[in-house]
Write a protein that binds this ligand. Structure first.
Ligand SMILES: [Zn+2]
Length: 419
């Protein structure tokens, strides 16, 4: 049986979330096994709002508990979801990515690398070693990236001599500016920069490559799936089809080669939290054309993917919007409130409108709960310019505007004096 069908059977027999979908659609597991096209498409919002748990009860109490990795979805579409992986599944899931890294760029698991994360751990010291695996990684928080911190991190990276760096394009651009302003030399050990998590334009890539004096490589991935596609030296994003089963869809209809649709994914490895026909909210096209690099994976062209503006607090000071993601996460953790989605719109250098979509009655109806929310949010912003901001909060139980329907964005920058 193909792996996607094994996962399908597993999810629909073990997870109460998937079982309740079956009941709602009045289908049986055998209907789905016989006809894959009947398998419902799900998304993150559905999983967050569902009363039933996605994680099968068998794996909730498994002895593997102490061997789990929790990834927090980056909230790049403004919705938070914790995603558990077992160490074993994680290993199988990232192995196709490592094949590509090694084949195209000569990178090995034991090579030194740097990466960026959205947590503040060791933020003041600037570094955090990744204890989750044996890779030689040096991690830095994306929070509080002011000029001093950029300089300090860059110096640490130079001393560390990484072979590659994994970073979001918005962070890479900040460092590229720093280097291009003559404030630093290139890192001689660096073979490539892997860009992930955000949409990046060709112009931005050239800017980053010129500053770092090395090649950039696009990775398309998510915490739910890990790496979904990896860019080969020919510039094609190859689907990692040993990790994910990918379909391009329009509603419940599967599209053929070259047609633009929603990217719908089935993780072939995550058994702790199964994702079957899961829509990330991104759009693209797939081509089965052979590529001269020899990779067997079909080629993905993204047409619409996560895209956020940088926060602009002065003519020439930009801050990646992860600061907000982290502050929202802190509020959720410390207050135990549920938010379905958030959006921040910048209306001036120091003014912001924050919209919170929630079904949580405490948050919608009690003023003192809202005040606590605002206070914790502002306390947890790292960057000094964001701490000085004036924030207007709106708590809503429904999507408030046209903008909110666009899944791709959680942050809009202040545009008035754009060149
Ligand atoms: Zn290729």
């Amino acid at each position: 049986m193909e792996r996607e069908k094994e996962i399908l059977r597993y999810a629909y027999t073990q997870s109460s979330f998937y079982q309740s979908l079956l009941q709602k659609k009045k289908l049986s597991i055998e209907d789905l096994m016989e006809d894959w096209t009947k398998v419902p498409v799900v998304d993150r919002r559905q999983m967050i709002c569902a009363e039933e748990c996605v994680i099968p009860s068998s794996s909730q109490s498994s002895p593997e508990d102490n061997q789990r990795i929790y990834e927090l979805s980056s909230g790049s579409n403004g919705m938070f979801m914790g995603i558990p992986w077992s160490v074993k599944d994680m290993f199988s899931s990232v192995s196709p990515l490592w094949d590509c890294r090694s084949r195209y760029y000569g990178l090995k698991v034991q090579d030194k690398s740097c990466y960026f994360h959205i947590y503040p751990d060791f933020c003041d010291e600037g570094t955090a070693r990744d204890s989750r695996n044996n890779r030689k990684d040096l991690g830095f928080s994306v929070l509080g990236l002011n000029e001093d911190r950029i300089e300090r991190i860059y110096q640490e990276m130079c001393d560390y001599e990484p072979k590659w760096i994994l970073m979001p394009p918005s962070v890479a651009l900040l460092f590229a500016d720093f280097i291009s302003n003559g404030k630093a030399k290139e890192i001689p050990s660096l073979k490539c920069l892997e860009l992930t998590g955000e949409w990046v334009t060709d112009k931005q890539r050239r800017q980053i490559e010129n500053a770092f004096h090395c090649k950039t490589v696009n990775i398309y991935g998510s915490y739910e799936m890990n790496a979904i596609a990896y860019e080969c030296p020919e510039g094609h994003l190859h689907l990692l089809e040993d990790n994910v089963f990918v379909e391009m869809m329009d509603g419940q209809k599967v599209l053929s080669d070259g047609e633009e649709g929603d990217i719908v994914l089935t993780s072939l490895h995550n058994t702790i939290m199964p994702f079957v026909r899961y829509s990330l909210g991104d759009k693209g096209k797939i081509s089965s054309k052979k590529c001269s690099c020899g990779h067997p994976g079909r080629i993905l062209r993204l047409t619409k993917a996560k895209k956020n503006d940088m926060i602009r607090v002065k003519q020439d000071i930009n801050i990646p919007p992860y600061e907000f993601t982290y502050a929202f996460q802190c509020v959720i953790d410390s207050m135990g409130v549920e938010i379905l989605q958030y959006q921040v719109e910048q209306t001036g250098y120091f003014s912001y409108i924050v919209t919170i979509l929630t079904k949580d009655k405490k948050l919608l109806e009690h003023r003192e709960v809202q005040e606590d929310f605002k206070r914790i949010f502002q306390e947890r912003l790292f960057h000094q310019y964001l701490k000085k901001g004036i924030y207007t909060f709106r708590f809503r139980d429904e999507v408030p505007s046209e903008k909110a329907v666009k899944k791709m964005r959680t942050f809009w920058a202040f545009k008035r004096d754009e060149k």
